[in-house]
Design a protein. Structure first.
Length: 172
């Protein structure tokens, strides 16, 4: 789903977005895009599904990872998330588009960045908490996977940085 009429290939930043996306990530991505004269391609990746096909219009066809759910769907972005992103980006005047994707977030963001020949990939850290710590312990962070499994620069926007001497989220 394109929100601007500028081309996405080449001079763009790929940005991982989620329903609980911290505004700081979007604002920093827009700031970088403005400095670089680039557009933003926002990607909402549903990790509970996996991609079975990519469509001409930028959407993907996906299956649920739940073996009891056999429905094939075309991924669409949550309208509330889309509206929230629109309101955050409107004042920036940075051209942007939004894509719905499915699968492993790090892998999908890397594939999209390759497809578009993006300048870099922008992601945010997670807010600290027991659930986040357990999730990252078992699956690793998206930023770490991106930093080690693809070739583009990764811009990691801190959401809740801790002061020097404080315990890091994974030490709690």
């Amino acid at each position: 789903m394109t929100m601007s009429d500028t081309g996405e290939h080449g001079n763009c930043l790929v940005v991982g977005v989620a329903p609980s996306q911290a505004a700081e990530v979007i604002h920093e991505a827009a700031r970088f895009a403005s400095m670089l004269g680039a557009s933003l391609v926002l990607a909402a990746v549903d990790p509970t599904r996996y991609t079975t096909g990519r469509n001409q219009d930028g959407t993907v066809t996906a299956f649920s990872v739940d073996p009891d759910a056999s429905d094939v769907i075309t991924e669409h972005v949550d309208p509330e998330l889309e509206e929230r992103l629109r309101s955050m980006l409107a004042p920036t005047r940075v051209p942007w588009s939004l894509r719905a994707m499915a699968g492993d977030p790090a892998q999908e963001l890397a594939l999209l960045a390759d497809e578009l020949d993006a300048i870099a990939i922008v992601v945010g850290t997670r807010k600290p908490g027991l659930r986040t710590t357990a999730h990252e312990f078992f699956s690793g962070s998206v930023a770490v996977h991106l930093a080690h499994r693809q070739r583009r620069p990764v811009i990691v926007v801190p959401i809740a940085p801790v002061s020097h001497g404080q315990r890091l989220p994974w030490e709690i």
